[in-house]
Design a protein around this ligand. Structure first.
Ligand code: FNR
Length: 193
């Protein structure tokens, strides 16, 4: 089977290291994963005023999440938390109430920063948000990437062997996780509580 993976890049920067990481992850991912970016840049700031008449950008985001078999979040850490633009997108996807698009979507969280914390605090915060939204998450391996610019080419070519092996292992495990969650089928996860 082929799995459709929608990925969100949490940075809007033109020189984003997380966009490079996303490209690297796609290059090393198993062949049965098919990637589509879910753009977050053009979303207005969410307000519940929109719930009665969701604008096209919000509708498109929800449609893209719902059309995905799995979600991959590749994001920087801002001030020890989730970048505002990404949190805004998640808020859009979670509403209107009762139509949370993230429910039961197998999700992976990964991110890069220049420093040693490697987005660990953002990821921890993101896990709380996605748990509330009932999105099953790949728990292990964790991937806190301290971005080494020498290890990547401009389009995400991975030049360092150990980095390549680490990212490949992450994506193998992510793919297996998506398959595992989907094999349970809709309407089963969580039905016992
Ligand atoms: C940062 N940066 C940062 N890094 C980190 O490891 N922990 C943090 O809490 C923060 N906080 C933070 C806040 C803001 C507003 C900015 C702009 C930056 C640094 C950040 O990791 C670095 O700029 C990365 O290059 C951002 O990722 P992208 O945009 O290159 O993908």
């Amino acid at each position: 089977a082929t799995y459709k993976i929608g990925y969100l890049v949490g940075s809007l920067a033109s020189n984003s290291i997380n966009r490079v990481l996303a490209q690297a992850l796609m290059k090393v991912a198993p062949d049965d994963l098919e990637f589509t970016e879910i753009p977050i840049r053009d979303l207005p700031l969410y307000s519940s005023d929109y719930d009665s008449d969701y604008p096209p950008a919000g509708r498109a985001l929800k449609d893209a999440i719902e059309a995905s078999d799995g979600i991959l979040i590749v994001s920087p850490e801002y001030n020890r938390s989730i970048p505002g633009g990404l949190k805004n997108a998640i808020d859009w996807g979670s509403r209107p109430w009762g139509t949370n698009s993230f429910a039961r979507k197998p999700t992976g969280i990964i991110g890069a920063s220049p420093g040693g914390i490697g987005t660990a605090v953002m990821q921890s915060s993101m896990r709380g948000v996605l748990s509330f939204l009932d999105a099953p998450q790949l728990n292990a391996p964790e991937a806190y990437i301290r971005f080494d610019p020498d290890a990547y080419g401009p389009n995400g070519e991975v030049k360092d062997e150990a980095t390549e092996a680490f990212l490949r292992h992450y994506m193998d495990e992510y793919g297996a996780f998506v398959e595992r969650v989907l094999s349970v089928g809709p309407g089963h996860i969580g039905d016992d509580h």
